[in-house]
Design a protein around this ligand. Structure first.
Ligand SMILES: CC[C@@H](C(=O)O)C(=O)SCCNC(=O)CCNC(=O)[C@H](O)C(C)(C)COP(=O)(O)OP(=O)(O)OC[C@H]1O[C@@H](n2cnc3c(N)ncnc32)[C@H](O)[C@@H]1OP(=O)(O)O
Length: 255
């Protein structure tokens, strides 16, 4: 199975389970993520939604290029990008705190998933970056739009996007993208430590604080802004430069 779902004591954990592909996102992962988000929306027994990746190497390496490389035109790319952008918008607007438990490398769309979450807990060996620029595209799942909403200094957020390279955990903490870096123990221990105090607060309080942020997003047309980001990426997607870069990654991997 491309993903695992676990629910214990109000913590719903979604694990991308494609270690051999560095937890790249395919349609099955997208559909699984949609399923858990819908569950959280429709039930009141979830206090925290946690997203993580299987193994220690990777949180998520973004879209599965071996699958999505088949999408050639702007229109075809828009279909895939807008599907995942819609899922991440639903994730970002959930009424419960969401936590990206970053157990390893988070690049491309993986960095977007993490940025759509409220909190980013990062393993000290992990790296993260919006590497889409190296493929001659921008972020296309809304991640750029979320990054500018996450309170990082504007120059740091913009640099992270235009650098298009993975940053180490210390740098991610210094620029304000990572909330905490964990150095020892398991990721589960790091998570438990992180939510210990929050768990004691009544869920209605968490919900009320999240609503404050969501009100601001609705007023500033957040959904429309995310979809504009998707359109921009879809336009770049059909360029020769993009297809050449992806082809080069896929053929390099096979050598
Ligand atoms: C499509 C949406 C778009 C968006 O809107 O954001 C994106 O997500 S674009 C970004 C797509 N992602 C990438 O470009 C990252 C590609 N991967 C890597 O750079 C590296 O794999 C890594 C994540 C830094 C890990 O490096 P390493 O540990 O050295 O592993 P390998 O490179 O050897 O990979 C092992 C294995 O996994 C396959 N793989 C990795 N990432 C992807 C991917 N995103 N899509 C498909 N396959 C991927 C890689 O090809 C290797 O496969 P095999 O050769 O068959 O073992």
């Amino acid at each position: 199975m491309a993903y695992l779902i676990d629910k214990k004591e109000g913590i719903l954990t979604f694990t991308i389970n494609r270690e051999e592909k560095r937890n790249a996102v395919n349609d099955e992962v997208m559909d699984g993520l949609k399923e858990v988000i819908t569950y959280v929306k429709d039930h009141n027994d979830v206090r925290f939604l946690v997203i993580t990746g299987a193994g220690e190497k990777s949180f998520c390496s973004g879209g599965d290029l071996s699958v999505f490389h088949a999408l050639e035109t702007e229109e075809q790319a828009f279909g895939m990008l807008s599907k995942m952008a819609g899922i991440l918008y639903d994730l970002a607007t959930l009424p419960v705190p969401t936590i990206a438990l970053i157990n390893g490398t988070a690049v491309g769309g993986g960095c977007e998933i993490a940025t759509a979450c409220d909190f980013r807990l990062v393993a000290s060996h992990a790296k993260a970056g919006f590497i889409q620029g190296t493929l001659a595209i921008t972020s296309g799942w809304g991640g750029g739009t979320y990054l500018f909403e996450r309170g990082l200094r504007h120059d740091r957020a913009l640099k992270m996007l235009v650098d298009a390279k993975p940053y180490d955990a210390q740098t991610l903490y210094e620029i304000g993208w990572a909330m905490r870096v964990y150095f020892e123990g398991t990721k589960e221990e790091a998570l438990n430590d992180f939510i210990e105090h929050m768990s004691k607060i009544h869920p209605s309080v968490h919900q009320a604080y999240k609503e404050i942020e969501l009100r601001k997003w609705r007023e500033s047309n957040m959904y429309e802004r995310v979809m504009e980001e998707v359109r921009t990426c879809a336009k770049l997607w059909e360029s020769e430069a993009h297809h050449k870069a992806v082809n080069s990654f896929l053929t390099k991997a096979k050598k």
